[in-house]
Write a protein of this length. Structure first.
Length: 473
């Protein structure tokens, strides 16, 4: 993996640092549950230790240039100790799933220490049915959902017996921390590389002028669509209020085959069904809060990966932000799904993703102060009501020290004035929703979770009924 000492953060990665404030933590992660009995804690630490050379970034910390003269750098942490990052906890008996969710909420309420590598992993024992869990927490500047699944393939095994680790236990020798002159020189070199890359693209225009003109026109249209979307603010809701540092966390566990049944019956994609059932859950919750939903359409920030196959295994973020409608005003569940499908088809045919990626690329030339303003604009409550991120996971079992992973529960993050974020991830035939909520603003977050489950159940029942009617002729 190309993760080097003195790598400069990309503009997108740095934006997650700029967005983080006292109450808004920009770390993401997951809760993974394994069949027991749990292995000895030191054995888990040793297993991670012998694989860390495969992900060098996990032993690197941030180095900030003086006077904000450039984006931060990743540097080897000479004080790195695995024992700080891999921690141990145990649930009181009977160790039910609610206790694990409460512990997860508390872990995600604490901001990561920026003076150290930006990750933690908690080994949690004491779960009922002789199970144990790993709670992983990583800053979004380090990793996104898709590259995160590539990282899981490094830390986990494809078979119970595992596989030999290349150069296990190889000694690690951190490079010296850079001095001020070296930091400034590295930043200048990064800027020079960006200019050279831009010059190369400009030179290509003379070789293929018609292609460049077409690409420029398409890119301009994409940026225009992004700017037009920004002129249409998201509606005010009880989701968009000041938040504190404390969190609640609940999950909805479903079967991937149910989502496929619905989309195969009524059209659309699995993600369309996901957005439709989130809309249904929010519809019921808004009504319970006394909000009028006639004609109300919420807006979700939906991250879309722009990572190519050649970039798999690279940490950092390769995402573009799309803004998708959540038609909570639609009563009929099938009509709601079709409304979502039509809207998403329109977004896919538009040039929003290209525009978002172009804007992110332009930020690579921006000074940190401008980059911070762009980041705040991207996460402005004017533009969206909540994050809904759906990442496909592996459809085969994974193992840790011979123990099979049974559940994968994703955790997103809350920008300022956003009291709810919904992360969805599939794994080995299951599809799980992880709802992260502000502790004080959403004491009734379980109502939204129950509504999501009920909304899917409605669609599944209607799909089975339609299949039966078709079979009966």
């Amino acid at each position: 993996m190309p993760q080097q000492h003195l790598d400069r953060l990309t503009a997108v990665d740095a934006s997650f640092l700029h967005q983080e404030r006292g109450a808004s933590h920009m770390h993401v992660g997951a809760v993974t549950v394994f069949e027991g009995p749990p292995p000895p804690f030191r054995e888990v630490q040793d297993s991670i230790r012998e694989r860390l050379h495969l992900v060098p970034r996990y032993r690197q910390k941030l180095e900030f240039p003086r006077l904000e003269s450039g984006r931060p750098l990743w540097v080897d942490d000479p004080a790195f100790t695995l024992e700080y990052h891999v921690r141990h906890a145990a649930l009181p008996k009977p160790g039910g799933p609610d206790l694990l969710l409460e512990l997860t909420a508390r872990i995600f309420s604490q901001r990561l220490d920026r003076s150290k590598p930006l990750w933690e992993m908690w080994v949690v024992e004491g779960l009922e049915e002789d199970r144990f869990a790993l709670v992983s927490k990583t800053h979004h500047a380090l990793i996104d959902g898709v590259s995160g699944m590539d990282l899981a393939a490094v830390l986990l095994d494809l078979a119970p017996q595992g596989a030999p680790v290349e150069h296990p236990g190889r000694p690690w020798a951190p490079r010296p921390l850079p001095g001020t002159a070296e930091v400034l020189a590295t930043g200048a070199l990064g800027g020079l590389r960006a200019l050279v890359s831009g010059a190369a693209r400009a030179a290509a225009a003379f070789t293929h002028p018609s292609e460049i003109v077409h690409e420029a026109r398409v890119a301009a249209e994409g940026v225009g669509e992004i700017l037009w979307a920004g002129m249409n603010p998201a509606p005010p809701t009880p989701l968009n209020v000041p938040i504190g540092p404390h969190r609640r966390y609940v999950v909805v566990r479903e079967r991937l085959e149910d989502f496929k049944l619905v989309k195969d019956t009524f059209g659309g994609t699995v993600n369309d069904v996901v957005l439709a059932v989130v809309s249904g859950g929010l519809r019921d919750w808004l009504r319970s809060r006394g909000v009028r939903i006639e004609g109300l359409e919420l807006r979700a920030l939906v991250p879309v990966s722009t990572r190519g196959e050649h970039e798999r295994g690279q940490l950092g973020n390769r995402i573009a932000a799309m803004r998708a409608p959540l038609p909570v005003y639609v009563d009929d569940p099938v009509s709601r799904l079709r409304t979502v499908k039509a809207a998403m088809d329109g977004i896919k045919e538009s040039k929003q993703a290209l525009g978002a990626e172009l804007i992110a690329g332009m930020q690579g030339f921006a000074p940190p102060t401008i980059l911070a303003q762009a980041s705040r604009l991207n996460f402005s409550t004017r533009l969206f009501n909540l994050i809904v991120t759906n990442v496909p996971g592996p459809q085969f079992p994974l193992y840790l020290l011979g123990r099979r992973m049974l559940e994968l529960q994703p955790v997103a993050f809350l920008p300022e004035e956003h009291a709810l974020a919904v992360a969805i991830m599939s794994y080995d035939g299951a599809l799980t929703f992880g709802l992260l909520a502000d502790y004080d603003a959403l004491p009734d977050v379980e109502h939204i979770a129950d509504g999501i489950a009920a909304s899917l159940a409605e669609l599944v029942a209607l799909a089975k009924k339609r299949r039966q009617q078709d079979a009966d002729g």
